[in-house]
Design a protein around this ligand. Structure first.
Ligand code: FE
Length: 289
């Protein structure tokens, strides 16, 4: 029996497709689930990757991510639990910990390390890669640390939303980007609670459930560890989510597609093969950062 609560939306988006995270290992041997893989970059433009790491076993994370390069995009690390120390070639250093966000703009190039600052206990969080428009790929690198207590958050109909990027229900997030207009929400829903978010139909959007389960109006269930890619149906005006019978946590991520060519070689994401060759040459020649 669903009561009809106040509603912002007249045509909520449907789920186009469910995707399960792929177990993999990266860095010096960090075990993680790759939720947004390279094959989905075009579909989920401007997002290039989403990794979910979650483990109580130090063997899964202590090796960390020693020095490695990036060029052409931004990395957004969101820690749920644990501590990671960042150091980079632009001279930036920071600790991203419980509930905090690190937003690094690689631009023309950084070499950085991302190393756990713990030998035991739980480490859990996400790394999202957000593309830069062609005109910004060779900009100067940038770096922003947002402590957990400083991530804007609000409560609406019992749902707690942390606003990492963009704007939701009148609350402005920690980071804004003019070209891709990213929205990045971490939602905590009590059992049965509902949440609505208006979204332009042209923005690409997905939900990743990492605890509990979500239900869409169509009856589609999204279980923990699954990403739901949301359809860009013309005329649709947002997303409506409802938690199942248990407390549920999920990321809602959306952005305006760049519509530019995507060329990736490992940690470099440019527009053409020639630019990738240049990135590798610059890195090997010590000119990347
Ligand atoms: Fe990195």
């Amino acid at each position: 029996m669903d009561t009809v609560a106040t509603t912002l939306l007249s045509q909520p988006r449907e789920v186009e497709r469910l995707v399960a995270g792929q177990p993999t290992s990266d860095g010096a041997g960090v075990r993680l689930e790759r939720v947004l893989t390279q094959q989905l970059q075009r579909r989920l433009d401007p997002f290039l990757m989403l990794d979910h790491f979650s483990s109580d076993n130090p063997e899964d994370y202590v090796a960390g991510f020693p020095d490695h390069p990036h060029r052409g995009f931004e990395t957004v690390t969101y820690m749920l639990r644990g501590r990671i120390r960042h150091r980079d070639s632009a001279g930036n250093e920071g600790l991203v910990a419980d509930g905090g966000v690190q937003w690094m703009t690689a631009g023309r190039g950084v070499i950085h390390s991302e190393m756990p600052e713990q030998r035991d206990g739980r480490m859990a969080g996400f790394q999202l890669w957000l593309n830069l428009p062609a005109r910004d790929k060779m900009r100067e690198p940038g770096y922003l640390d947002v402590q957990g207590a400083d991530v804007p958050q609000f409560e609406h109909d019992g749902v707690t939303a942390r606003v990492i990027a963009g704007e939701s229900h009148g609350v402005t997030g920690a980071v804004q980007r003019a070209v891709t207009e990213p929205l990045y929400l971490d939602l905590q829903l009590p059992a049965g609670a509902r949440f609505e978010q208006p979204l332009p139909a042209t923005h690409n959007a997905f939900v990743y459930v990492y605890q509990g389960a979500l239900r869409f109006d169509t009856g589609c269930q999204v279980l923990s560890g699954r990403m739901a890619i949301l359809a860009n149906t013309p005329g649709s005006d947002g997303v409506r989510l409802q938690a199942g019978d248990a407390p549920t946590r999920a990321l809602l991520i959306a952005g305006k597609p760049l519509g530019e060519p995507i060329a990736q070689y490992g940690p470099f994401v440019m527009n053409t093969e020639a630019e990738l060759v240049q990135a590798v040459r610059d890195f090997q020649g010590g000119r990347l950062a």
